[in-house]
Design a protein around this ligand. Structure first.
Ligand SMILES: NC(=O)c1ccc[n+]([C@@H]2O[C@H](COP(=O)([O-])OP(=O)(O)OC[C@H]3O[C@@H](n4cnc5c(N)ncnc54)[C@H](OP(=O)(O)O)[C@@H]3O)[C@@H](O)[C@H]2O)c1
Length: 330
């Protein structure tokens, strides 16, 4: 038997995520394996905003919090997964997992990492990276010389969208919630940055792009979106990636609905879920690895030490406490 730890949902989320929503429980995991089984121990976990929303239908109190992890095989009766090999698996907030060739919990093929840190398979080379790569390139279809707006720009997804836009020859405007994050965005090559907590949003957008935006990659939603849509150029393209400003709301946001602007400006607005391109992730992973090697994509991770820190890392997503990708390492 191996002693494992699991973070379960203790109480349903009600408004803002609290550390008290979670309970850390110990479990005994058998290391007596059947043929085809292998036992993994997590090395890195991720916390992502969707874990707040997926709770609505999928996780009940007492169940393990969902999510991917990078784990090492520590015992095996499966020749495809020998001891010491690494897997990326949707096993949730737990230390130890017994896996088999059965597709549950879901093993997600590891990207070719070369000598890159394994944790990047949860960030730049993982789901957030693929969100930036496909969600921006496929939906916004950016062209050289165009002006791109990205909010949540110092986050896991936003920081990559801005850099990809620069690679594509665009002018990039980004915003984040602290001056330190804005400084980092300048270091990444963003052309215009502002701290959205300190400005009048409409004035800041007008100053950054007097002629308006061709592309808008939206991580935040609600009031920000309604305001930003008014600054789009005719035939602009908008990728609706996330609505993090509304995830903790008890009621749907009420506000200034922008449908007349969408019509008048003939905007193309599309929502997406990154798994739409799962069959093409290898293409995105290859591009990211190449851009990292060439120094065109830089990444930052906010690393928490130990599974005990998972709720802190998670609530940090909604407090703006993390820069770049939030990772929890064993
Ligand atoms: N469609 C998909 O398939 C897909 C996949 C992945 C992620 N997403 C979405 O993409 C967005 C970004 O995800 P991520 O993983 O990159 O998270 P992240 O940006 O690394 O972390 C969240 C950041 O959002 C900002 N934020 C939090 N609450 C806010 C609020 N009320 N108003 C404005 N900003 C707020 C904070 O930054 P500041 O300090 O700047 O406020 C915080 O650091 C999320 O909405 C997520 O749900 C969608």
């Amino acid at each position: 038997m191996v002693k494992g730890k699991v973070w379960t949902l203790k109480t349903k989320f009600d408004g803002k995520v609290q550390k008290s929503n979670f309970a850390l429980v110990e479990e005994e995991v058998s290391d007596t394996l059947k043929d085809g089984e292998y036992l993994t121990e997590a090395l890195h976990w991720t916390v992502d905003p969707y874990m707040r929303t997926s709770e609505l239908g999928r996780v009940e109190p007492g169940q393990c919090m969902p999510g991917e992890q990078i784990a090492k095989v520590i015992a095996s009766k499966n020749s495809n997964h020998p001891v010491g090999s690494i897997v990326r698996v949707y096993a949730g907030w737990r230390t130890h997992t017994i896996l088999s060739n059965e597709p549950s919990p879901r093993v997600i093929k590891m990207p070719e990492m070369g000598d890159l840190p394994l944790s990047l398979a949860l960030g730049t080379m993982g789901m957030p990276g693929m969100t930036a790569y496909f969600g921006f390139l496929e939906i916004c279809q950016p062209k050289e010389g165009e002006t791109v707006l990205v909010n949540g720009a110092a986050g896991a997804v936003g920081s990559l969208v801005g850099q990809i836009a620069k690679i594509k020859g665009c002018k990039v405007v980004g915003c984040a919630g602290t001056d330190a994050k804005c400084k980092w965005l300048k270091e990444l090559g963003f052309d215009e940055v502002f701290n959205y907590k300190k400005v009048d949003l409409s004035e800041a957008l007008k100053a950054a792009a007097p002629d308006g935006f061709d592309c808008f990659f939206d991580n935040i939603g609600a009031d920000f979106t309604a305001t930003a849509l008014k600054h789009m150029k005719t035939f602009g393209r908008v990728s609706i990636c996330g609505q993090i400003s509304a995830y903790n709301n008890k009621e749907p946001p009420k506000g200034d609905y922008p449908f007349m602007f969408i019509l008048g400006k003939q905007l193309k607005i599309e929502g997406f879920i990154v798994m739409r391109w799962l069959q093409r992730w290898a293409e995105g992973e290859k591009a990211m690895a190449q851009w990292i090697k060439e120094g065109k994509i830089k990444y930052k991770e906010t690393i928490y030490k130990g599974i005990e820190k998972m709720p802190e890392a998670f609530t940090g997503l909604f407090d703006g406490a993390n820069t770049g990708k939030a990772i929890i390492s064993a």
